[in-house]
Design a protein around this ligand. Structure first.
Ligand SMILES: O=C(O)C1=C[C@@H](OP(=O)(O)O)[C@@H](O)[C@H](O)C1
Ligand SMILES: C=C(OP(=O)(O)O)C(=O)O
Length: 422
């Protein structure tokens, strides 16, 4: 599917944010490990969360898709006997593959976790090392430190050292399986974790299901033995997906309102309105309705984004329309995503006419007169959605393989059609 996007100005639009991908993954996995039944309401139904649901079924979990919810019978931390080894094909869902690797140590048979060609280039090694320290067996049939990876329990627990500089998903994996380790699991971060708010989101979701891990200083995470309790759980809106909608107001001028978001969410991407505000937009809340407005010029800013990797492309797209340069720091881990996103930003924005410099973990965008372009998102949903933002501000943008948004926001293009932007 190919989408052509033309320039729009002075918009006045209203959207509802889709459900959160990160919360849906966590709620499904934790409910599967809980004692008793859970109903997960308003789950995100997208490629990646479907992979999580299918993987849980392959591990023997009774999971039923209902019209507005997912119903699961939890296994109380002991995944059922599936009769033999299990193979999980997890596409390019890093969250599913990494978190499910820890969970798989609770299965009675070996589990092989694999993914598509790009997933096989995304690092796993630090998590593999940690799972071994926690008592598991880990084997890499193709390339040391990368999926496919074969894991087998038990999850004994004890003290585990973990490198945090590549992905927070490694720690989330240990934390989520942690309550069912044979003895208390204590994770010591050897390097500070990137994408830190995703760890808070993990801790908060664990607490929502009745287990309370705690931190000691900034380096230690301790998970006491415990049991998650099944429950009725409603998934909040997705702040990363909402960033593309809010950005429309910034690049087109006018006003965009987005409903369905939690103002105090643990999702780190909820800082996006603050970033837009620093760039010259006005932001206000009316109940749970967020409104972003712009009627003056956009300014370039300097911003650290180690904690919010998934909205870096949205900020970069908006930065291309500002009066001055924007520098984004702390973003080296963007190289390990669905694509090398630092390279994707450089490729798309330079083709559009902006100047882009990538130096170490720092990205600088210098606005320039923007010109029409064809974007191949190379199967990265966030490249496609941020290209749509550029298109709405500059015009003449064609996004090829636009269906790749299916990974996190299947209704993205329909949402733009629904308000008359396409
Ligand atoms: O735990 C999660 O739900 C996620 C963690 C982040 O990854 P990293 O921790 O690898 O940066 C983020 O980019 C990803 O989209 C979702
Ligand atoms: C990086 C992402 O997801 P994952 O790591 O789950 O593939 C993302 O959605 O931008």
């Amino acid at each position: 599917m190919e989408v052509r996007i033309e320039r729009r100005q002075e918009v006045d639009l209203r959207f509802t944010a889709p459900p959160s991908k990160s919360v849906t993954h966590r709620a499904l996995m934790i409910a599967a490990l809980a004692e008793g039944e859970s109903v997960i309401r308003r789950p995100l139904r997208a490629a990646d969360t479907r992979l999580t649901a299918a993987a849980l079924r392959s591990l023997g979990i009774d999971l039923v898709q209902e019209e507005e919810s997912v119903r699961l019978q939890g296994c109380a931390g002991a995944l059922p006997d599936t009769g033999g080894p299990v193979r999980l094909s997890l596409g390019n869902s890093g969250t599913t593959l990494r978190i499910m690797a820890g969970v798989s140590l609770l299965a009675p048979h070996p589990v092989c976790l694999t993914g598509d060609a790009r997933m096989q280039q995304r690092p796993f090694g630090p998590l593999g090392d940690a799972l071994v320290q926690a008592g598991g067996r880990v084997r890499y049939p193709v390339q040391e430190g990368y999926p496919p990876v074969e894991v087998q329990g038990p999850l004994r627990g004890g003290v585990v050292n973990l490198e945090g500089g590549m992905s927070s998903q490694f720690l989330s994996s240990l934390l989520i399986a942690g309550p069912y380790a044979r003895r208390t699991l204590a994770v010591c971060m050897r390097t500070p974790p990137v994408s830190r708010p995703y760890i808070d989101l993990t801790l908060r979701t664990m607490e929502d299901f009745g287990v309370r891990p705690f931190r000691v200083g900034s380096e230690w995470f301790v998970v006491p033995e415990g049991v998650y309790r099944g429950r009725d759980y409603t998934v909040e809106g997705d702040w990363s997906s909402a960033s593309y909608l809010c950005a429309i107001a910034a690049v087109c001028g006018g006003r965009v309102s987005v409903g369905g978001l939690e103002r105090t969410s643990a999702q780190g991407d909820r800082i996006f309105p603050e970033i837009l505000s620093a760039m010259g937009c006005r932001v206000r809340w009316n109940g749970d309705l967020l409104t972003v407005e712009r009627d003056g010029p956009l300014e370039g800013i300097e911003v650290g984004m180690a904690s919010a990797p998934d909205i870096v492309q949205t900020v970069a797209a908006v930065a291309a329309f500002a009066r001055g340069s924007t520098t984004i720091t702390g973003v080296a881990h963007l190289r390990y995503k669905e694509s090398d996103r630092l390279e994707a930003i450089r490729r798309v924005l330079t083709a559009a006419g902006a100047g882009v410099t990538v130096e170490g973990d720092r990205l600088t965008i210098r606005p320039g007169p923007l010109r029409p372009l064809i974007v191949d998102p190379e199967n990265d949903h966030r490249t496609a959605m941020s290209a749509a933002v550029i298109g709405l501000g500059a015009g003449g943008v064609v996004v090829r393989d636009a269906g790749c948004v299916e990974k996190s926001y299947p209704g993205f293009w329909e949402a733009l059609v629904g308000v008359g932007l396409l």
